[in-house]
Design a protein around this ligand. Structure first.
Ligand code: SAM
Length: 159
């Protein structure tokens, strides 16, 4: 598989999973947390799928397309490990984390702090979606939609 094939599969999985969880998140109270705003494509998708919902987006620096920039009060810049920890207790209905790098060693470091941070940002019953694994006693793994290959993307419920 080429990197282009792999990219297309990743984007398709991301879209299918976000659509899948948004049906449930739409019925749940609580903001959405977007960890890794990047170009803002998934932020834009979530904003369309969950109209009117507060979405707080985090990144090191703003690099999003002009059409996909959150309101100033919902954009938090800096290292996610520090900035998002200030939002612990926000009782998010959904946390979407797209901060994987494709480098095993770097993603392994992220996996040492991200699952616990996500568990603390979510309300009980809330959903986490991540490109990197979320091993944590309070995050129960859910099956992905049928179109998504196993171990490509991870969905969990906060228990
Ligand atoms: N979901 C986005 C989209 O659809 O456009 C793409 C996100 S991109 C793959 C990952 C982003 O996460 C990058 O913009 C990067 O700066 C940010 N990021 C990764 N690790 C981070 C960290 N530890 N703290 C802050 N930002 C981080």
């Amino acid at each position: 598989m080429t990197r282009l094939d792999s990219f297309i599969r990743r984007m398709t999985a991301q879209r299918d999973i976000l659509d899948h969880v948004c049906t449930e998140v739409a019925k749940m109270e609580g903001p959405v947390v977007e960890l890794g705003l990047g170009n803002g494509r998934t932020f834009h998708h979530l904003r369309e799928r969950l109209p009117g919902r507060r979405i707080v987006a985090f990144d090191r620096a703003l690099a999003a397309h002009a059409s996909s920039i959150p309101e100033a009060e919902n954009l938090v810049l800096g290292e996610i490990r520090e900035t998002a920890s200030r939002f612990i207790g926000i009782d998010a209905a959904l946390v979407h984390a797209d901060i994987g790098t494709g480098y095993e060693d770097r993603d392994a470091v992220t996996s040492t702090w991200l699952p616990d941070l996500i568990a603390r940002l979510l309300r009980v019953g809330g959903i986490a979606v991540s490109g990197t694994p979320l091993d944590h006693p309070q995050l129960q793994r859910l099956p992905p939609p049928p179109s998504v290959p196993a171990d490509r993307y991870f969905i969990c419920r906060r228990v």
